[in-house]
Each structure stands twice: as C-alpha cells, then as structure tokens.
Ligand binder design. Structure first.
Ligand code: B12
Ligand code: SF4
Length: 535
C-alpha cells in the first residue's frame, strides 16, 4: 500500500479537497492500493493515522511500502519537515518521497535532508508511477524524468524535467478516496464550496512568479465540457453550490471563456477564478453577461502595481489602463474583482508604494466593490542579484531546518519578507493603508469581525479615507481588536510558535526502530507544528 500524505497547510476550518495527492493517487495502476492521510482535517493525528495504516497493513499481505508527502512552500513545509523526520525515525526502511511546489523549486535542501529518500519535481503522476517501478527493482532510477535522489557518494541526481500532460490526459479526481462531505465548506460564494483545477501552467512570463519556474510558460486546459461533467458529480451527489477554481489563469481567450460559461451554466453554481486584466478588458459585453449568467461571482486579478514602468519591469504584460477597464467592466456586470498588489519595488520602494496606494484609491472609485489583496515583493525562486542598486539576497538556505525558520516562512508566504529595501516604516505604511481601507469598506470575506465592529470601523474610517490620512490609525486598530470574533481554534497564520519546533527531536535520531506498531511518542500531536497555518 502507498500512503499519500497532505501535511497540514491550513486551518481545519479552511480545508479543501487535497487535490495534489488525489491527482497522484488517481494515476496509480489499478493493482496498487493507496490511501490519503490529510493533515488539514479537524482533529486528525497524522502520525497516529499513518501508524495505524502501517500496523494494519503489516497484518495483511499488503504492507505500506512508500509514504509520499505533498509539500508546498510556507506552512506546509513547516508541517512536513518534523513529520518526515518522525516517519524516517520510526520506519527507516519505508521510502519517504516528497513532491509538490517546494521541492520543484528548491530541490537541493530536500536532497540534503537525510529523512527524504526521493524527490519528484514538477507534475507528479507519471513520475511517481515510474518511481514505484524503480522501488520494485524493475528499472534504473536514472531513466525516470523528473526524479531526484541522493546517490551513494552523497551527490545529487536531478533528472531532466518531464514533459507534462494536460488535464485532458489525466484521470478524474478520485472523490471516492476522500470523505467529500468533510470538504464542502461555507465561503462567501456559498454554503458548500468545492475546489477544482481545470488547467495546468500559465503562458505568461511575470518574472516574480513561481508557477512558470515549475511549469515553463505554457498552459494546457481541460475541455470545459469535461470539467463540467466532473463537477456535475459533486453538484448532483453532494449538493455543491459554489466553486473555487485553482487555475493560475482561467480564461485562455474569449472563445474559451464563452465555452466555459456555456458548460458551467447548467450546474447553477457560483464561482471564483483567476484571470488577467488584459484578457478581461477585451471581452465583449455578451461574454461578460454569459459569464455572469454562468455563475461567475468573483474574479481575482494580479494587478501588481499602479505604475506602468513597474509592470513592464515585472514583465507583467499589462497596463494600469487595462486594470481600470477591467474594474469598470466588473462593476457594469455585477462581478466582484479582487485585485492583488505587490508592494516594495526594490528600485524605488517609497515612491512606488505611494503611487500604488493612490492607484488603489482610483480603482476603488471605479469599482467600489473591489477587494484588495496585498503582498510584499518576494522574487520566487529567490535569486542573488542587484536590487535597488545594492547586491542583495544571499540566495536560499541549503537545509530544510533553515527553511522552516520564521524569517524564511515569512518570505515564502510573501507576508513579511526581510528584504533590505523594504524598511519597516514602509511596510507599516502599507499595513495602515490597508486597515483604513478595510475598515471603511469591510471585505466580503471578513467573517472574523463582529457586525457592530464593521459598522463602527466604517464610520471611524470615513474621515481618514476621505483625507487620504492613513498614519497610525490607532482607533481603527482598537475597534478591530475589540470586534474580533475569537477563532474556533488557537491557530493563527503567521505566528510561528518556536516551542513547537523546539519539541522536534534532533536529527539523526539516537536509535532507529523498524517496529511497525505506533508508539505514544510518535503519535504525539506536537510533532507536526500546528502553529503556522493559513488563515
Ligand atoms: C490549493 C493551494 C493552496 C492551499 C493548499 C491546500 C492544501 N494543500 O490542502 C492553501 C490555501 C493552503 C495554499 C496556501 C498557500 N499557497 Co498555495 N496554492 C494552491 C493552488 C491554488 C492549487 C494547488 C493544487 O492543489 N493544485 C492541483 C494539484 C493537482 O496540482 P499540484 O498541487 O501542482 O500537484 C501536482 C504537482 O505539484 C505534483 N505533486 C504535488 N504534491 C505531490 C506529492 C507527491 C508525493 C508527488 C509524487 C507529486 C506531487 O504532482 C501533482 C499532480 O501533477 C496553487 C496554484 C496552482 N493552481 O497550482 C497555489 C500555489 C501552489 N500556492 C502558492 C503559495 C505561494 C501559497 C502560499 C505560500 C501563499 C501565501 N501567501 O500564503 C500559501 C502557503 C502554503 C501553505 N499553507 O503551506 C504558490 C506556490 C508558488 C511558489 N512560490 O512556490 C502557488 C503556485 C500559487 C501561485 N500562483 O503563486 N495554497
Ligand atoms: S499571469 Fe499569474 S500565473 Fe501567469 S506568470 Fe503571471 S503571475 Fe504567474
């Protein structure tokens, strides 16, 4: 049996289908048995679950032969490192495999980790099947594209990348392997929101983006009719009423958008997707109407900056004029736009921040329903180089232990990157702006502020917003604090609790055991830190 593990990446309340491990499992040959262990489920003890599987399978003629983890940069990495160590310590003879975005971007630290045996880079389905052939002694690991490992002399073997397949050539998500009911959760879109990815990659070339580093500048899309057929299963059998598309770039062009609208309309779901402003502003009114009628409720656009020079420097391929036009179109058709901005241009951080803040005000006038998502500039993958006229960024860590230190997690999540050109006062300026804006116009996603807090905050922020005065909004901070609904668990995004990492035993372990039965120590929930979770 193969265990496919999704280490905890988010609060249980925000769990979604673990599509990454579902995709890998779906592609396994029929004779291979497999199970998913999802660390995002409420109250799950991941190690305990794995121990249970290992113990049970040892008694039947189908022992666990591989434990494979999906690892995304950020909090999931923080969960995956101690989990992998604990597993290797407990089961030194079961190969530990990593796949997912982190190792695809940063293979070296994964290959330096003695508790990870194999790394699958890029698309995982075929590579993982071929790895199983390697483990069965049927093939030379060096013949497997996308596979990486430590060689006997300690050097790293990194196979050439694998030519990846589009969604039409891959199996459907295996919903029968998860408890679907556990994952259809309420969101702004509906009471039972699901997730789906109907394309892979992105054809654009924004030079800060991790997607093209993994998939190249290409996108392959699933035929809309095929996607709709898969989704109709969830609507019919599980009452899914809304949907979040994970695609990096949902609409290839207008014709594709129309085909999507036609295929999704009969499902009667409200949906969210990501799109480019240059694609959106070209859509005819008929297409906008068709999308609205098909359930498009919110569209996320990487606006990035209020300056055309900076957009050109990012190789974004869009202009501020296109952003404004997309905002106007969404208003006209009653669709909420989410615009994300990246603050902290290395060359002129201060003037660029002011410029972008002024642009966001303008956007808010064009479409008052717009939602703001803000990030701080963090080139991915990090490159050594000259930024803002100074040599900066020493490159990324060589070990996973360093990667899970707070400053690197902050960098991976774009939340609080420690960058030489991004002074604290500039960061505070952006945060204060965001607080004034979000107090004045509470976000539709905000379920954590009590209703009275939203009303009070909006009133208290009125004058500041009108005067563009964002400096140190102490009263708004207080209102936000008072009106906060205490989350139903104690996990908070961005709060790295050092003690949860300190409980992590040193590596290598003093002694390793091959026993299959779980021990109380291994089952301790603190092995996988639950502190750093996405909100
Ligand atoms: C879902 C998702 C999340 C969810 C994760 C839910 C979960 N895992 O349970 C949540 C909301 C938690 C999340 C958070 C973040 N995410 Co995220 N996320 C995504 C998203 C939208 C979809 C991923 C997905 O499921 N795709 C569908 C599956 C089928 O594809 P896949 O994951 O790529 O898996 C394939 C391969 O990677 C590989 N593979 C993956 N796992 C494994 C495991 C094994 C064993 C093998 C063999 C292969 C393998 O094979 C799979 C099939 O081909 C992607 C964007 C995208 N469309 O890819 C961003 C993305 C992965 N996220 C990203 C980022 C940056 C983040 C955050 C850091 C953002 C932030 N500011 O906080 C956080 C922190 C991550 C964390 N918590 O650890 C970036 C990563 C790029 C980068 N910089 O490296 C992406 C690409 C978005 C982007 N456009 O920049 N995210
Ligand atoms: S459009 Fe989005 S996904 Fe595509 S390269 Fe640019 S930032 Fe990345």
């Amino acid at each position: 049996m193969i265990l496919l593990v999704n280490p905890q990446a988010t609060r249980p309340a925000n769990r979604r289908f673990p599509l990454s491990v579902m995709a890998v499992g779906a592609a396994l040959p029929p004779h291979v048995t497999w199970e998913i262990v999802d660390g995002n489920l409420p109250d799950i003890d991941v190690l305990g679950e794995i121990h249970g599987h290992v113990a049970r399978q040892a008694k039947v003629a189908d022992p666990v032969t591989v434990i494979a983890l999906s690892v995304m940069p950020g909090p999931q990495l923080v969960s995956a490192v101690p989990l992998s160590k604990a597993l290797k310590r407990r089961y030194p003879n079961i190969p530990i495999v990593w796949g997912g975005n982190f190792g695809s971007l940063y293979p070296e630290p994964v290959l330096n980790a003695p508790y990870v045996d194999w790394l699958v880079r890029g698309q995982g389905e075929q590579t993982f099947v071929e790895l199983l052939e390697v483990l069965a002694g049927e093939r030379d690991p060096k013949t497997v594209a996308g596979l990486c490992f430590r060689q006997a002399d300690g050097s790293h073997w990194k196979a050439p990348e694998r030519a990846w397949l589009g969604p039409n050539d891959l199996p459907a998500p295996p919903y029968h392997k998860i408890d679907v009911e556990q994952y259809l959760r309420p969101t702004f879109l509906g009471r039972r929101t699901g997730v789906y990815q109907a394309s892979i990659g992105c054809p654009y070339g924004c030079n800060f983006c991790g997607v093209i580093s993994v998939y190249g500048r290409r996108e392959k899309v699933e035929t809309p009719a095929r996607a709709a057929e898969r989704l109709s299963y969830l609507v019919r059998n599980h009452g899914m009423d809304s949907l979040h598309f994970y695609d990096n770039n949902f609409f290839l062009n207008e014709q594709h958008a129309r085909a999507i609208a036609e295929a999704l309309k009969p499902l009667g779901v409200r949906w969210w997707c990501e799109a480019r402003v240059d694609a959106l502003e070209r859509f005819s009114d008929d297409t906008w109407r068709a999308l609205r009628a098909a359930g498009l409720t919110m569209v996320f656009c990487g606006a990035e900056s209020g300056s055309n020079e900076v957009l050109a420097k990012m190789n974004k391929g869009t202009t501020t004029d296109q952003i404004l036009k997309a905002a106007a179109k969404t208003r006209e058709h009653g669709i909420i736009p989410e615009f994300s901005f990246v603050f902290g241009d290395p060359d002129e951080p201060e003037s660029e921040i002011e410029n972008t803040l002024a642009f966001i005000r303008q956007l808010k006038t064009v479409n008052p329903a717009m939602e703001l998502i803000s990030y701080f500039y963090t080139p991915t993958p990090q490159r050594k180089g000259t930024y803002g006229g100074v040599d900066a960024l020493a490159g990324t860590p060589d070990t996973l232990e360093e990667w899970i230190e707070p400053q690197w997690v902050a960098w991976m999540t774009h939340a609080d990157p420690d960058l030489p050109w991004m002074e604290r006062r500039l960061k505070a300026r952006v945060e204060d702006f965001e607080l004034v804006l979000k107090s004045r116009f509470p976000s539709v996603h905000d379920k954590r502020t009590r209703k009275w807090g939203k009303v009070l905050g909006s009133l208290a922020a009125r004058r500041r917003w009108a005067r563009a005065d964002y400096d140190n909004p102490r009263l708004l901070r207080l209102i936000r604090k008072w009106a906060r609904i205490v989350p139903d668990d104690s996990q908070a995004y961005g709060h790295l609790r050092p003690e949860s990492l300190e409980t992590d035993a040193p590596w290598p372990p003093a002694e390793a055991s091959t026993a299959a039965a779980p021990s109380a120590a291994d089952a301790a929930p603190d092995q996988a830190p639950r502190a750093l979770l996405v909100d």
